[in-house]
Design a protein around this ligand. Structure first.
Ligand SMILES: [Zn+2]
Ligand SMILES: [Zn+2]
Length: 460
């Protein structure tokens, strides 16, 4: 549940998955818009020279200082700031998909936003490749509470997604590790979240559940779905204490939950995989109208191959932080995402794998990652969607500079939860989460820090 705030978003949506590939012709009320400098297509959004579009739509332009722009028409005042994607229309705040900016000494503004703010309708004629702006249509101002917002939070190495569904339903999928609890609590507070109607826990690794005890103290959690796997670690006991009376049993049964207009499907893997915590991850599909979001937890190819039913989704939260063992081409084809989000922070495994990024891009998905783009928010009305990143765009991540860090991690590894250190291939630490690993250059340094050699792998 959240407090409704009087805040409205202007949807400057994509027309379809694949927007225009080349500069377009723009018609305003059937007449070609004459531009002294051509329209620019940037990240699939059309930007046009400020003065040309405002003149054509009968609005007056004023510059206040270097960066602030006012656009005035009748009772409307639109404020823009060069380089910022925040705008106001008559003092109500809006978010634009792309920011106004200087291109070759000319001020460019997003065509769709300006047109809709001035109460014109914008349509794209695919066949003729013309954008039609019509002053006779009505613009698409939509009250925020009717929208679904999916926030992929940047919690470093870990997963946490907050979903704000219409009808005041708040859903959290995983929490990130305990070290990131404040990040999540702060984010939820900013979004005015008063309680969480449903928490879905994909699997009991620290980077997925560690922050839950701290979050539950601040924001009441009403119902929890997890996979029932019990882990002999302190962090799991803390998790269990925090939510046990809220659990909804029978984790191995496929479930469908309706929350307002949204349909949430829980897709558990076969119990035979439950010995491997990652492969015990519950798959989750959230569908609102015609837009679906798939969450692959940390499961890898074995489970991907077995998932049955329709999992086609425009959005894929990529499995296991972009590990090369997950996100096979067959699986990508089954999901067929327009957009893939990798939730990852610095790690010794070289995640995300460049191969995973390449496989996704080859199948036509735009790839975002939380370590590069920060928090990633998708806003949808069930038909169209809009993606807002905290920083950068998908174009920023073609190569992975962290890829070679795996060589630098050291000879032995300890758990921060007991006194022992191990060889990296010791079976006793096979499932030790990256957040709980303490690496040492060699045995001497581990002993110097008070750790004892494991008697099983005998690291000397
Ligand atoms: Zn994980
Ligand atoms: Zn995991």
């Amino acid at each position: 549940m959240k407090k409704i705030i009087p805040f409205i978003i202007l949807l400057s949506f994509l027309f379809s998955g694949n927007a225009w590939s080349q500069p377009q012709k723009i018609n305003v009320d059937g007449q070609e818009l004459k531009l002294e400098k051509p329209a620019v297509l940037l990240y699939n959004r059309t930007l046009v020279p400020l003065r040309a579009i405002c003149n054509k739509l009968g609005a007056e332009v004023k510059f206040n200082g270097e960066k602030e722009i006012s656009i005035l028409k009748e009772s409307k005042t639109i404020h823009l700031v060069l380089g910022s994607n925040r705008a106001t229309i008559n003092n109500n705040e809006y978010i634009m998909e792309i920011e106004p900016q200087l291109i070759n000494d000319t001020t460019y503004v997003p065509l769709r936003f300006i047109s809709e703010a001035l109460e014109c309708q914008v349509m794209y004629d695919k066949e003729k490749e013309i954008i039609n702006v019509s002053s006779k249509g009505s613009s698409k101002l939509i009250i925020e509470d009717q929208l679904t917002k999916v926030h992929y939070l940047n919690v470093g190495y870990g997963d946490c997604t907050y979903i704000d569904l219409p009808g005041n339903n708040d859903v959290l999928i995983d929490s990130g590790s305990s070290t990131r609890a404040d990040t999540v609590i702060g984010y939820l507070a900013k979004q005015n979240v008063k309680d969480i109607e449903l928490l879905i826990v994909t699997h009991p690794h620290e980077d997925h559940i560690g922050a839950i005890p701290a979050i539950a103290k601040e924001v009441p959690i009403k119902k929890v779905i997890d996979n029932g796997v019990v882990v002999p670690h302190e962090y799991y006991k803390n998790y269990r204490r925090a939510i046990w009376d809220k659990r909804d049993g029978n984790p191995d049964i496929k479930k469908t939950i309706k929350m307002g207009e949204a349909v949430i499907e829980i897709l558990p893997p076969s119990v035979s995989y439950f010995t491997n915590y990652n492969n015990s991850s519950l798959g989750v599909r959230v569908k609102v109208g015609n837009v679906a979001f798939f969450f692959a937890g940390d499961f890898e190819e074995l489970v991907e191959n077995e998932i049955k039913g329709n999992i086609k989704s425009q959005f894929l939260k990529v499995g296991h932080h972009g590990s090369g063992e997950a996100t096979s081409t067959d699986f990508i084809k089954k999901v067929s995402p327009d957009v893939a989000v990798i939730s990852v922070g610095s790690n010794p495994y070289g995640f995300p794998s460049n191969n995973v990024i390449a496989r996704l891009q080859k199948e036509g998905a735009r790839v975002f990652r939380t370590d590069v783009n920060g928090n990633i928010t998708v806003i949808t009305n069930g038909n169209d969607y809009n993606i807002i990143t905290e920083k950068g765009t998908e174009a920023d991540l073609i190569t992975n500079p962290e890829q070679d860090s795996i060589q630098n991690r050291g000879e032995v590894v300890a758990s921060d939860e007991d006194k022992f250190y191990h060889k990296p291939d010791c079976k006793l630490i096979k499932d030790l989460n990256v957040e709980n690993q303490v690496w040492f250059e060699n045995s001497l340094k581990a002993r110097g820090s008070g750790y004892i050699p494991c008697s099983d792998c005998d690291p000397k």
